[in-house]
Design a protein around this ligand. Structure first.
Ligand SMILES: Cc1ncc(COP(=O)(O)O)c(C=O)c1O
Length: 453
């Protein structure tokens, strides 16, 4: 009998709860800080831009949080997502490793991002909000929020990072098709945007400043963030819970789980349910986070309180940061161009539970094409970083003669990233790296916030 390629679950197996890893972490969680006072930020600091339901999820210490029925109903449009065994890639690599990948690209927007967008749009609709405003790097989050807003009857305004706006015109058309308004960032529609006109390629940090400014100044508009925050990581844990059940169907236990990290949400979503088992002494899984050498927050950043945005409007979070006003070079993995990361993911790296690795642009596209030419799916440039790490793991297993089981979160497809593939195939992609001088400049720009022990 041949071994199966695909492991699928029926709709009734869509998780009923999200997994909250906050209570599992050792020690007291470090609070966010108010940007004005540098004192711990409370719910009042967040109510101008977020609904109470999401603030409650942000600070919840319950081990699980129930998923509202209306959100599970929408999840049925594409969840549960399939888990594949990468037989062809294994053969190409001639490795004894068994490689599995969970494919989030089957969502209508093409990535994992709608898992949180739907939950956020629902919570805002319930709170009587009329419009959501956000930023988007790769265009995946903006598409996801445009989709979710249209499903719940909300208006949607998206500040799209300049470099991505130019590289991915069809992402913009997709958002507009779902009824959103899209503005290139930095723009002249906000004070924050006008102050950053010297950085025409933009950055996630700048686009966040623009979106937060709009939300803070308009009572009917709330802000929605596509990554980093605890509640966003929480929403994504449907991925890992399904993967746990699917790995059980496959009769395998992952030795290593791999994902890419921009702000940390797809990585969190896949790994948190597995990490809970490790912290509970039930498993000994390793976790690998892959990021770009051009924006290496986890491998090179400083563990320090920093703003979530460029201009300094958001609360400060404890995280590995390259400095809130660092503008990463315009690499094609636009979703990974963020100066910081989820505080929970950072704490896991700090504790040594997660290993981080940084890759240059060309080596990630080489890995993506190897994947596309064996497994057929054309990955987004972001998970191409994780695929690179998977190939390294599979090659190491071969060297060691080990039957290692590798699980990858393939968090999105690259159908709107063809200009990046075109540039790679034409040999035109550059390999920018974060330099020592960048590092020194980052250290000088850190806010005057309490040091983290
Ligand atoms: C396909 C894809 N993967 C990964 C990311 C990075 O975000 P996160 O680290 O929150 O998953 C993005 C962000 O836009 C994305 O579009």
């Amino acid at each position: 009998m041949t071994e199966p390629t695909k492991f699928t679950l029926t709709e009734d197996r869509i998780p009923t709860h999200w997994v909250n890893l906050l209570p599992d972490l050792p020690g007291e969680p470090l609070p966010p800080l108010n940007p004005g006072t540098m004192q711990p930020a409370g719910p009042d600091d967040l109510t101008p831009i977020f609904p109470m339901a999401l603030i409650g999820q942000e600070v919840s210490t319950d081990p699980v949080v129930e998923i509202p029925d209306a959100v599970r109903e929408v999840y049925k449009l594409w969840r549960p997502t399939p888990l594949f065994r990468a037989h062809r890639l294994e053969r190409e690599l001639d490795t004894p490793a068994r490689i599995y990948y969970k494919y989030e690209g089957v969502s209508p927007a093409g990535s994992h991002k709608p898992n949180s967008a739907v939950a956020q749009a629902y919570a805002n609709k319930e709170a009587g909000v009329e419009r959501l405003v956000t930023e988007t790097g790769a265009g995946q989050w903006g598409s996801a929020l445009a989709l979710a807003s249209s499903l719940f009857g909300l208006e949607c305004l998206v500040y799209m990072v300049g470099a991505s706006y130019d590289q991915k015109p069809y992402r913009r058309a997709m958002m507009e098709s779902w009824g959103a308004t899209v503005i290139r960032s930095p723009s002249d529609t906000t004070e924050s945007g006008r102050s950053q006109a010297a950085h025409p390629t933009g950055s996630l940090g700048i686009a966040i400043s623009e979106a937060v400014e709009v939300a803070a100044n308009d009572a009917g508009t709330n802000y929605a963030l596509g990554s980093v925050l605890n509640h966003v990581c929480l929403h994504q844990t449907v991925i890992g819970q399904e993967a746990l059940a699917q790995m059980e169907m496959a009769g395998d236990e992952p030795d290593v789980v791999v994902g890419c990290v921009g702000g940390g949400s797809n990585f969190a979503g896949m790994t948190f349910p597995f990490i809970r088992r490790v912290l509970g002494g039930e498993a000994r899984t390793r976790f690998v986070a892959a990021e770009p050498a051009a924006c290496p927050t986890l491998t090179r950043g400083v563990y320090h309180y920093d703003f979530g945005d460029t201009v300094g409007l958001t609360p400060l979070m404890p995280m590995y940061t390259l400095g809130h006003d660092f503008v990463p070079p315009p690499v094609h993995a636009g979703g990974l161009r963020y100066h910081g990361d989820s505080p929970i993911v950072c704490a896991l790296v700090k504790e040594g539970l997660v290993e981080a690795r940084a890759y240059r642009q060309n080596e990630t596209f080489e890995a993506a094409l190897r994947f596309a030419r064996t497994e057929a799916i054309l990955p987004a440039p972001e998970p191409a970083h994780a695929i690179r790490a998977v190939i390294e793991e599979a090659e190491a297993a071969k060297q060691a003669g080990e039957q290692r089981v590798i699980l990858l979160n393939l968090c999105g497809h690259g159908h709107f990233d063809m200009s990046a593939y075109e540039a790679y195939l034409a040999g035109k992609l550059e390999d920018p790296e974060f330099s020592e001088a960048d590092m020194q400049a980052a250290l000088e720009r850190l806010p005057d916030a309490p040091a983290i022990a």
